[in-house]
Design a binder for this molecule. Sequence first.
Ligand SMILES: Cc1cc2nc3c(=O)[nH]c(=O)nc-3n(C[C@H](O)[C@H](O)[C@H](O)COP(=O)(O)OP(=O)(O)OC[C@H]3O[C@@H](n4cnc5c(N)ncnc54)[C@H](O)[C@@H]3O)c2cc1C
Length: 585
Amino acid sequence: MIHKFDVVIVGAGGAGLRAAVEIPKEYSTAVISKVFPTRSHTGTAQGGVCAALSNEEEDSWLNHAFDTVKGSDYLGDQDAIEIMCKDAPRAIIELEHMGMPFSRTKEGKIAQRKFGGHTKPVDPNDPNSKRIPVKRSCYSADRTGHVMLQTLYENCIKNNIMFFSEFFLTDLIIEDGICKGLTVFDMATSEIHVFQAKAVMFATGGYGRAFRITSNAHVGTGDGCAMVYQAGLPLEDMEFYQFHPTGLWRLGILVSEAARGEGGILRNNANEPFMEVYAPSVKDLAPRDLVSRAIISEIRAGRGILGSDGTHYINLDLTHLGKKIIDEKIPEITGFARTYLGVEPTKECVPIQPTAHYAMGGIPTNYDTEVFADTKGNVVNGFYAAGECACVSVHGANRLGTNSLLDIVVFGRRGGKRIAEYLPKAKHHEFKIDPTERTRSKINELLARTGSEKVAVIRRELQQSMMDKCGIFRNEKDLLENKEHIKEYKQRYKNITVQDKSKVFNTDLIEAIELGNLLDIAESVNESALNRHESRGAHTREDFPKRDDVNWMKHTFITKNDNGSTNIDYKKVIKTQFEPMERKY
Ligand SMILES: Cc1cc2nc3c(=O)[nH]c(=O)nc-3n(C[C@H](O)[C@H](O)[C@H](O)COP(=O)(O)OP(=O)(O)OC[C@H]3O[C@@H](n4cnc5c(N)ncnc54)[C@H](O)[C@@H]3O)c2cc1C
């Protein structure tokens, strides 16, 4: 079946929906999602969305931009960061006017809380003075993403956006440097649909499922990024993958930084609040890369708490906050601790460990979400990307908490606006090859495999290897071993059998396609990590422990060649007003 739309957006998370709302009503817009829109991962975001509103205390967009640049370990593009931080207060008020129910201060203003790495100088006239945590994150209890997603979805319905839910992206059609559309697979019927569009946007989210312990939903398999990589286009800064310090022990389910924003404290086996040693000024509210390394360092030094299965964890202490704060401000995350670990957070500490959380890298774009075809700034006509799958890059080597929900609404909207400007001069393009046939043969080939390998087994081994060898601490030996593992898994993948041959909700087949995507994502992350001989942000090389601005203040662009080998190129980091300095907290 062939559909013709002016705009097709793949992804119904915050980025895709915010972009869709921006497309003028006279154009036809379709949003495709492999899950029902409000089940997108944005809906699980807990802690907040930041903006220097100064509702609870004095703050400025410049403070926010400074923190974001420093948090990014100076790899973020400063022009894009300035745009995001300046636009943040407008974006929050806009969400409020769309109907998003924020928590409130006593005076009825949007309430704000502290979050890791968000600071202000003690002396506002001296930007170099000591910095202390500031309340910058706007929130709706610990369900901020949930209410944001519902609000955006309602606004899409109001704007007559067409939704194709449980449709799975299978092919991106780029011919002669022009994006002409895509093919999708209807999960309910196995029918292949072709979408011809003047503009295509990917808002397909992250790929936490490449790692064993992750906060990401099962859908976080990086399909959009993988498809771009498979099309021979570059992915940017894939080595920078964020581990959130506090996932529930062994499960990875997130305990939002809001828990520490409200006063929670990390403690080791001697009950010591060890963050005082690693980040004397901001302590438990240091950025995520630093706290995650501190937790692993404590465990490596024998100061973790021994769990029933022989692995170690660290305690998150919320007991001193009191029942009222816990019930009102962080009800959901404390509920998770009760349900999944049987721990009562008002009385006992919550066992945690770092969990794979957020992709700083992704599909390279300019700050209007146009996708870069190369490091020279050439773009792919008609192709846009926004949200976690994209790399603008506002997060550089490490994202600050609550900057992602901001990124998706700011750049989702900018993408929608840029598409609206492009549409009057754009047209539909004819396909040179039959896109249905290409997808059908890809799927038939997968279904025809009869080997003895199982998708779930390869996926589990891949996730474990990525966790152990390409996680928080990395070194050449581990990364080379991981490279060999990925090669082996790719080989074994050719030998899988998709047991279910039926046409109705064939999740066995979908998981096989997703594994193919995860293998490519893992390859791009590992190759980029192997190549970067320094430590910066979330990328910590034990064999290159220092940041090296002389040689490595540059973005990685990795591409896949036709013969399966990879190629790495570099792009300059854009600097405006913030000079690189040592990152101390
Ligand atoms: C547990 C958790 C808590 C978080 N808390 C916060 C927070 O408090 N503050 C903050 O700023 N950030 C937070 N983050 C990060 C933030 O929520 C995400 O980065 C952001 O919501 C991503 O939005 P998105 O629109 O890019 O993608 P997503 O919301 O992940 O949506 C991706 C969409 O793409 C679709 N899709 C993907 N592949 C395909 C395919 N093959 N075919 C069809 N459709 C496809 C999916 O169906 C989905 O609709 C959190 C993340 C997690 C995991």
